[in-house]
Write a protein that binds this ligand. Structure first.
Ligand code: ING
Length: 313
């Protein structure tokens, strides 16, 4: 008896600065309605799905910055999303900016949660790989101040047994680092949700721009195959406040194949029937970690942060 999970990647088109949360939640509820009509068991939304991608601006007024963060989840404006999903008996994954009081101080994270069919938060992840910079760099066409507005996540990459599968999460830049997938692979993950907001233009390396979708797929297809897991990549995309972000939302099988992909850079539900047992033949052969891995040879990966060239011989 195969274990089929019908998954909806709920890609979101642009959210402008003036678009309130209620308007965005209404768009998300419409995607849940579509997901219900396609028999989806779970729907995944992008990174920072409730607001425009605010790290593109340099801000110093903490109240203005905090206007992009959620103090409660669900909160007054997101409760409608939780209610729509639980009424539809659909679980979901949601990315948002989290402001929380922890250890007697305010902490701010780029967060994603996994919510089951009953509306219960089953898992939480806080983004670890924060790209960009911490200070204002006016030479850039737009800023990328994730290192200024968020702390590095403190939860690691967890894997939770929920909705009949071993599910994990990562966020955007995490998908470019192989360690992200392997930490979850070592927890026998079967499906990883990765929301992203990826500007097409990368000011420090404009020659990479034309390869944006290729790199997006390359890293997720590799991560899926090398860890025998499904990967659901979900974009917030289109032109937000003059800044284009790529779509290319994809549902990728443990074989490494893209089984479904978005066609637009707008709100678009991408659906696939995912057989959770497809990864088994890989976990039992090529990627039988217990049989084939040699951790004693991998120490540099943990002990060294930056690359150090060989000594002159
Ligand atoms: N965005 C981008 C990402 O990793 C980026 C940052 C853009 C990196 C282009 C490299 C090239 O997809 C976020 N939010 O991490």
């Amino acid at each position: 008896m195969s274990r089929i999970l019908t998954v909806g990647a709920a890609q979101l088109g642009p959210i402008q600065r003036a678009d309130g949360r209620a308007r965005v939640v209404a768009r998300m509820v419409e995607l849940i309605r579509q997901a219900k009509s396609h028999g989806c068991d779970v729907v995944a939304f992008p990174e920072l799905a409730l607001t425009t991608f605010f790290p593109r601006w340099f801000m110093e007024d903490q109240a203005e910055i905090d206007s992009f963060f959620e103090r409660a989840m669900p909160g007054p404006e997101t409760r409608a999303l939780f209610e729509a999903a639980s009424e539809a008996r659909i679980g979901f994954q949601l990315g948002f900016a989290e402001r929380t009081e922890q250890g007697g101080r305010i902490r701010r994270f780029n967060t994603a949660i996994l919510v089951d069919r009953d509306g219960r938060i089953a898992g939480r992840y806080r983004k670890i790989h924060l790209p960009g910079h911490a200070e204002h760099e006016p030479w850039r066409a737009f800023q990328h101040l994730e290192k200024r507005y968020f702390e590095v996540g403190d939860l690691g990459w967890g894997v939770w047994r929920t909705m009949g599968a071993n599910m994990g999460m990562a966020i955007c830049n995490d998908r470019r680092w192989p360690e992200t997938y392997r930490v979850m692979g070592l927890q026998d993950v079967e499906m990883v949700f990765i929301g992203y907001n990826t500007p097409r233009h990368n000011p420090p390396a404009p020659d990479h721009d034309r390869l944006s979708e290729f790199h997006n797929q390359l890293v997720m297809q590799a991560g899926a195959y090398q860890n025998a897991t499904w990967i659901v990549g979900i974009a917030k995309c289109g032109v937000e406040e003059g800044c284009e972000m790529i779509g290319n939302s994809s549902i990728i099988a443990p074989t490494g194949q893209v089984v479904a992909q978005a066609l637009t850079q707008d709100d678009e539900l991408v659906v696939a029937r995912c057989d959770l047992d497809v990864g088994l033949s890989y976990k039992r052969s090529t990627f039988n970690f217990a049989r084939h891995r040699e951790p004693q040879a991998y120490r540099l990966i943990v002990e060294r942060k930056g690359a150090e060239p060989p000594q002159e011989t």
